[in-house]
Design a protein around this ligand. Structure first.
Ligand code: HEC
Ligand code: HEC
Length: 204
């Protein structure tokens, strides 16, 4: 009778566990790619680089942020007439895979349309406005605007979308920021500053 050495059995068991996990993950990623193409692409483009100024680019966005927004929008904590009905057809168990899928896409660069405004925006982004108590955006969103696990990427974004979101934080129409962090910042910004900083961020 043949005998498996115990170490060999343990290796086989480890391999089987890893292979099963990889299959499950692969299936989830495939499902995410399918949802992205059929459900999300009409508005965000197949790779997440929306070409419509009011529709955000989500390619290369931080996966943790994408997952949070999907959950917030699905729960009605962030109002979206466009996304709300859409997410009713998507299973919350697919949110993480969708976040990973769009997060792994490469963001297409944005385009500065007003260089003078971008110059003003750069100062605000890097240094804030001490007189009005605006903190530097770079402090949370990082100096190149790529964000991190706790703060979204805001680089390369459409100006129109960025301006609308900051105005919504300012008016309180968007209130899904934990600890009011973005509302506090936005309340201290003037409309001219919001437009200027959006110009600068588009070029990052
Ligand atoms: C009908 C158009 C439409 C469809 C379809 C759509 N979205 Fe959106 N999405 C938007 C708009 C517009 C916004 C910005 C919020 C708003 O103004 O309503 C948005 C916002 C988002 C955000 C937040 C982005 C940010 O920077 O805060 C994420 C993430 C997102 N969508 C992911 C998805 C995913 C994933 C799908 C597919 C399951 C999808 N969207 C389908 C229009 C759409
Ligand atoms: C204390 C940290 C902090 C600072 C400082 C900060 N932000 Fe934010 N910002 C956040 C967080 C966190 C969010 C995401 C909130 C949520 O969960 O919806 C956010 C969201 C945003 C969004 C929406 C992104 C999207 O895709 O919808 C924009 C635009 C933005 N910030 C711009 C700015 C600008 C411009 C400044 C500087 C004037 C700034 N932020 C300063 C933490 C910060």
């Amino acid at each position: 009778m043949r005998q498996f050495p115990e170490a060999g059995l343990r290796r086989l068991a480890r391999y089987l566990v890893a292979a099963l996990a990889a299959t499950a993950l692969g299936a989830q990623a495939q499902e995410a790619a399918k949802i992205a193409e059929t459900v999300c692409a009409p508005c965000h483009a197949p790779d997440g680089n929306s070409v419509i100024p009011n529709f955000p680019k989500i390619a290369g966005q931080q996966p943790s942020y994408i997952a949070k927004q999907l959950a917030d929008i699905a729960a009605g904590k962030r109002k979206s007439d466009a996304m709300g009905p859409t997410l009713a057809s998507v299973k919350p168990s697919d949110f993480a895979a969708l976040a990973a899928w769009f997060g792994a896409q490469k963001q297409a660069p944005g385009k500065v349309e007003d260089a003078a405004a971008a110059k003003v925006g750069e100062r605000l982004f890097k240094d804030g406005n001490e007189a009005t108590g605006v903190p530097a955006c770079a402090g949370c969103h990082m100096v190149n605007g790529e964000g991190n696990d706790r703060n979204p990427r805001i680089s390369g974004q459409h100006q129109a979308y960025a301006v609308k979101e900051i105005l919504d934080f300012k008016s309180g129409a968007r209130a899904n920021d934990k600890g009011r962090v973005m509302r506090v910042v936005a309340e201290r910004l003037t409309e001219a500053e919001i437009k200027a900083v959006a110009e600068y961020m588009a070029g990052l």
